[in-house]
Write a protein that binds this ligand. Structure first.
Ligand code: DC
Length: 227
């Protein structure tokens, strides 16, 4: 039997940063499901398929192979055998992903892969629909959020530290657009599962959030059960 921890929340709430650290503390595998949706979006962009072309997307999804592996504990994603991990974080891919992840064939393909991973390993999986759809029986569910202003500021700092030129206002606008799409789509919209613990990270440091999560996990007896 494997232990499953589900983390959901909007873009920029800190899910992946926190989940990676917690996975290292617990010795769990971190599964970043957003990277899988991004990989399909990259494929569609490369094929010149538009985000509104549902028929072409449904057909393309049948041809695409999304694979996951772990190198030094870091998740790598493969698109038809090519490691595309460093190509899926651009703003163009982010916007495309948010638009193409609304389609059922895209979701069905990836949810199947995610369920298989969770059945085989102790995982911390993050995304938008993990607690509600992918792992409804997860041992722990966390809904991680932060205000739009804080999330935009974090992203702005991350980009400017890398030397990028960007506008805080534009980033805030992009985050709001993604939030709206992710929360209002027909299939598996982003929402807090009824049995998820709400964690607002707006006023917390990364270490404080990881500590808070570790407490939640411990309170569920997971440490005692496997350590
Ligand atoms: O977590 P992220 O920013 O890498 O996710 C990119 C997009 O993928 C996000 O806008 C919505 C979509 N996504 C999804 O629909 N379901 C998931 N489980 C994870 C991501």
């Amino acid at each position: 039997m494997s232990y499953n921890i589900a983390i959901d929340g909007p873009a920029g709430a800190g899910k992946s940063t926190i989940a990676k650290k917690l996975a290292a503390r617990l010795g769990f595998v971190y599964v970043d499901t957003g990277a899988m949706y991004r990989t399909i979006a990259l494929y569609l962009l490369r094929q010149g398929i538009g985000p509104q072309d549902e028929e072409a997307i449904a057909e393309a999804v049948q041809k695409v192979d999304v694979g996951i592996s772990y190198e030094d504990g870091a998740q790598q994603v493969y698109l038809n055998g090519e490691n595309v991990s460093s190509l899926i974080r651009t703003e163009k891919v982010s916007q495309m992903t948010s638009q193409t992840s609304v389609y059922l064939p895209v979701r069905e393909k990836l949810v199947e892969l995610q369920k298989k991973l969770a059945a085989a390993e102790n995982v911390i999986m993050d995304g938008r629909d993990i607690g509600t759809c992918v792992l409804p029986n997860a041992d722990v569910k966390i809904y991680m959020t932060a205000s739009v202003e804080v999330r935009a500021k974090r992203r702005y700092l991350e980009l400017t530290q890398k030397g990028a030129q960007c506008s805080l206002q534009e980033i805030e606008q992009e985050i709001s657009e993604r939030d709206y799409r992710d929360m209002h789509r027909e299939h598996s919209p982003l929402r807090q599962a009824e049995d998820a613990v709400l964690l607002d990270t707006s006023e917390l440091t990364i270490e404080q959030v990881v500590d808070a999560m570790e407490e939640i996990v411990k309170a569920r007896g997971i440490f005692a059960a496997w350590k």
